[in-house]
Design a protein around this ligand. Structure first.
Ligand code: ADP
Ligand code: MG
Length: 959
């Protein structure tokens, strides 16, 4: 037969709810003092608090300092506490959890002699937690236990389930083996231990799942010197040189639980059997301690109870062969080594090292608890050093994963243990703050509950009924025996052989036997008929009961069918609804996709359009810049061109004019002075003119008719006329001013030059330096009173003097009359001071007629200064009659009217001209040339010389 073995599947780590956490349950047990006269340092205050006070000696040692400390626990068990009480409170819930498929860990902690072993194992007549746990487990699952070997633990901490037939075969196979049978029953136990499991209280878990089958496995290990030993391992007995026990390794299973590899796990079916196994391990431990000279209190003992459970099948007869349905839970009962520090023990050499290691294990336990507590309290994520010791590593998943953890702190109240007890209390208090995830409930198998008893009850009832009737079906064996008895009593047939004719015995014997047989046959047939009848009635009864049951069942069935029909219609309705909704969802999804597609398209379009727009904008900007550049360039070009043309035209016109004038003058001269002395050679005449010029400096009435002091009005005195060749007989205002300005590199220079020439009178109050330099800043230009005061300093000045006839100079007493020559395009300025000359003849073009009437000439000229301001220059001159009968103007001064910003900034700037100086100079040139377009000197008898031509030619500083 093929074994239907199933294996537990790899389960993911059980989901743990971080909010569902329970703190480690810490209980305290205070043992009674060994002797009544011992000093006590621990008192039980109430159910949850103990108080420790320093013993006498300690107080003296500490200078009489006396401090009592109280420690609180979940519950405190005093010296009068009994094992049962402790078990009910501490261990019972763990057993209940075990049966419900949850893991649990219970350990005792305390110094040596504090009652850890007493608490865990108990003493004869007073069983501890371990035997009580076992007893409770078997009391609870006793009737529901699986047959031996139905559950099989594998070597990876998992469990298999096999069919009952396979289990039976395995049982038979094992029984056939020559190994000693597992002893069961109390008779094999040491009487000392047997007494411990004699638990009177019949404690059991309520509400055990009766539709499950259970199997208990126990293992017992010892951790000594950080090595794990299997206390149940069957080692071959070697009396001469016993082998030291082999240590075991720790591994993590698929559910992240730690387990001891290759550890013996014994399936036990009763408390006695389980305790016997424990006892075996305990005995081995003792032997090892003796043989290896070990300190028993230095080792940790771990007794592990594993409970495998799986649900019954639907018939309630056999275990369900579904691997997912098996649950394996375990309860670890740990009796820790004494927590005292090494110096307290009298360990030496090897023992000391071992003791140190043991302490190291407990130290690691303390560290782990501390780190866990810190992580949980402060939300840190420190690594918990479980792996630092075998002890903590083995129970890692209890703290990290899930399970119930409980600790019993055992203390001996004697004074000698005071210090150690304090340490124990502190650790215990800290442990209480650690929280462990609450285990999740095992899922239900899904089969109808109560199946085990429903079928069992039916079978029992049938058997009872048959028994009651006493019928042949009451018991097959019974029936068989009656038939056998009858057959056995059936009279045998005597010999039918008639050997003698006179034999009168054989026939009667035969007749008698046959009659007896006939009787028995009748009896049998009667019995048979009776039985048949009984069977028939029973059958009828059964039939009727079956029919009634059938009716009942049918009624129920129809009821259920109705319900099912109702549910089906509901289901159909819901399905329809689901379909409609699915359809709607479909439509919505489609719409959503369409919209999304639209959105994507639009976004793409938008992006492309915006990109295009950006491109266009940048193109536009570029184009604009280019056009602006072009416009500026073209404007500039055209402006220059215009200026050039205008200038050329002007020059041309001037030339024409002058040629005409000259012709007229010559004509006039010929007409008016025909009989004058004969013409001298030109050189001689020139020399004479020069002398005349030098002798007639302009008697400039330089006090301006509109000059005022205290504001930014500059008064400049020009030099005595533009430098020109002696042959030059006529001059234009423009060329005159131009030459004048060109001669001096800066205005200041010209000013100073002019002033040098117009030395003021010392009596006017100017200081010596001013006098020396010919400067006076009173706002009024001092002019020489007499013509004689003027010095002829330079030859060129003399040469530059206009060709005037002094005798034609108008008398000053007659009153000055001005020709105010204002070009028609005069720009009104914002200056407060405005030039106003009384009794002036205002002209827009220089006319000889006007000049003839006046003795003063003023040309208003505007130009853009370098700071962007409009500068109004009033170029003043004296009018002289020429010897030719014409009028000549000799420029004497330039008055400048100009506004300035007080901050010195430019008030206006010309954007089109990057070089304001150049522009100013340029405009100056053009303006001067444009506006002073008329030559004012009219002289007869002098032809235009090349020098004149040269001066009349407009000069451009910038090409
Ligand atoms: P530990 O295992 O902590 O070293 P034990 O359990 O071996 O200590 O106890 C030492 C002794 O004290 C034992 O003889 C034990 O019977 C006794 N003892 C411990 N606890 C109690 C108790 N609660 N009541 C009575 N006796 C106790
Ligand atoms: Mg002990």
């Amino acid at each position: 037969m093929k074994a239907a073995r199933t294996k537990t599947p790899r389960r993911p780590k059980k989901p743990t709810n971080p909010t569902l956490k329970d703190p480690v349950g810490v209980y305290c047990r205070v043992r009674p003092l060994s002797r009544a006269d011992q000093e006590c340092c621990i008192e039980v205050i109430n159910e949850t608090t103990v108080q420790i006070h320093p013993p006498e000696g300690y107080r003296v040692f500490r200078n009489g300092e006396y401090r009592e400390t109280q420690y609180s626990f979940k519950e405190v068990f005093g010296t009068l506490g009994v094992q049962k009480e402790l078990f009910d409170v501490v261990a019972k819930p763990l057993v209940e959890d075990l049966i419900r498929g949850k893991n649990g860990l219970l350990f005792t902690y305390g110094v040596t002699g504090s009652g850890k072993t007493h608490t865990m194992t108990g003493s004869p007549g007073d069983g501890g937690l371990l035997p009580r746990c076992l007893d409770m487990i078997f009391n609870s699952i006793g009737p529901f236990q699986a047959k031996r070997f139905v559950f099989k633990l594998d070597d990876k901490n998992g469990v298999d389930v096999q069919s009952e037939v396979d289990a039976l075969l395995e049982r038979q196979r094992r029984d056939a083996l020559p190994v000693p049978k597992t002893p069961s029953g109390k008779r094999h136990l040491d009487p000392e231990f047997a007494d411990m499991i004699n638990v009177q209280e019949h404690c059991k878990v309520e509400e055990v799942d009766e539709d499950n089958v259970y199997s208990v496995f126990v293992s017992y290990i010892e951790i000594y010197n950080n090595y794990i030993y299997d206390l149940l391992e069957e080692a071959p007995f070697e009396p001469i040189k016993p082998k030291p026990p082999q240590s075991k390794m720790l591994r993590e299973d698929q559910n992240h639980n730690m387990y001891v590899t290759g550890c013996t796990e014994v399936e036990v079916k009763s408390t006695e059997e389980a305790f016997e196994v424990f006892w075996r391990g305990q005995k081995k431990r003792r032997i090892a301690n003796t043989q290896l000279n070990r300190e028993s209190s230095r080792s940790h003992s771990v007794f592990i109870i594993k409970l495998a459970q799986a649900p019954l099948d639907a018939d309630g007869d056999n275990v369900l062969q579904e691997k997912e349905q098996i649950t394996l839970s375990q309860l670890s009962l740990v009796d820790l080594a004494g927590s005292e520090r090494t110096n307290r023990t009298k360990a030496e050499g090897n023992r000391l090292r071992e003791a140190g290691n043991i302490n190291q294990s407990l130290m690691t336990l303390r560290t782990c608890i501390e780190v866990l507590r810190e992580n949980q309290l402060y939300g840190t994520n420190k690594m918990v050093p479980y792996r630092d010791s075998k002890l903590t590593h083995l129970f890692k998943n209890y703290f990290d994963g899930e399970g119930k953890v409980r600790m019993i702190v055992c203390v001996n109240p004697k004074a000698e243990d005071y210090e150690e007890s304090l340490q124990v209390m502190r650790f215990a208090e800290m442990t209480q703050e650690v929280e462990v995830a609450r285990p999740v409930d095992r899922p239900l198998c899904g089969l109808t509950p109560g199946r085990r008893f429903r079928n069992q009850a039916f079978r029992e009832e049938l058997a009872r009924k048959l028994e009651m009737r006493g019928g042949p079906l009451g018991g097959e064996t019974e029936e068989q025996s009656v038939a056998e008895m009858l057959l056995q009593n059936f009279p045998p047939l005597p010999s039918c052989e008639l050997l003698d004719i006179n034999d009168d015995q054989t026939l009667p014997k035969l007749i008698e036997a046959l009659e007896q047989r006939q009787k028995m046959r009748q009896m049998l047939s009667e019995d048979f008929a009776k039985n048949v009848l009984a069977f028939k009635t029973m059958l009828q009864e059964f039939d009727s009961s079956v029919v009634s049951k059938e009716h009942y069942i049918q009624g129920k069935l129809s009821e259920k069918e109705k319900i099912i029909a109702g549910q089906r219609t509901e289901l159909e309705r819901l399905e329809k609804k689901i379909k409609t909704l699915e359809y709607k969802i479909d439509i919505l999804e489609k719409t959503a996709t369409i919209y999304e597609e639209d959105k994507r398209n639009l976004q793409q379009e938008l992006e492309s359009k915006s990109q295009k727009l950006q491109r266009q904008a940048s193109d536009k900007r570029r184009l604009e810049a280019r056009l602006q550049g072009m416009v500026a360039e073209t404007t500039m070009k055209w402006e220059k061109e215009c200026e050039r043309r205008v200038a050329a035209k002007q020059l041309e016109m001037q030339n024409k004019l002058w040629v005409k004038d000259e012709k007229l003058k010559q004509l006039k001269a010929i007409v008016t002075e025909p009989k004058e002395k004969p013409e001298r050679p030109s050189r001689e005449r020139d020399r004479e003119k020069a002398v005349q010029r030098s002798l007639s400096p302009p008697p400039v009435p330089s006090s301006s008719p509109f000059a005022q002091g205290g504001h930014s009005q500059r008064l400049a005195s020009p030099p005595q006329g533009p430098r020109r060749s002696n042959s030059c007989s006529s001059i234009s205002v423009a060329s005159c001013v131009l030459e004048w300005e060109q001669k001096t590199p800066s205005h200041k220079q010209s000013t100073s030059y002019a002033r040098t020439k117009q030395e003021p009178e010392p009596s006017r109050g100017c200081n010596s330096s001013h006098r020396r330099r010919g400067m006076c800043w009173t706002g009024v230009l001092e002019v020489p009173r007499h013509r004689e005061e003027l010095e002829i300093e330079e030859d060129h000045c003399c040469r530059n003097a206009p060709p005037v006839r002094l005798r034609h100079r108008r008398s000053r007493s007659a009153g000055e009359r001005w020709v105010d020559h204002k070009p028609p395009s005069n720009v009104p300025t914002e200056t407060v001071l405005q030039p106003h000359v009384p009794h002036a003849i205002t002209v827009t073009t220089a006319s000889e007629k006007a000049l003839a009437k006046c003795d003063k000439y003023m040309l208003t000229h505007q130009e853009l200064a370098s700071d962007g301001e409009i500068e109004t220059k009033l170029i003043k001159g004296d009018v002289f009659k020429t010897r030719g009968g014409g009028q000549a103007v000799q420029f004497t001064d330039i008055e400048t009217l100009k506004q300035e910003s007080p901050t010195g900034r430019k008030r206006r700037s010309s954007p089109s001209q990057p070089d304001p100086l150049g522009e100013a100079a340029d405009s100056e040139w053009t303006d001067v040339e444009t506006r002073c377009s008329v030559a004012v000197e009219m002289r007869a008898g002098s032809a235009l010389g090349p020098g004149y031509q040269h001066h009349a030619q407009p000069k451009r500083r910038k090409p």
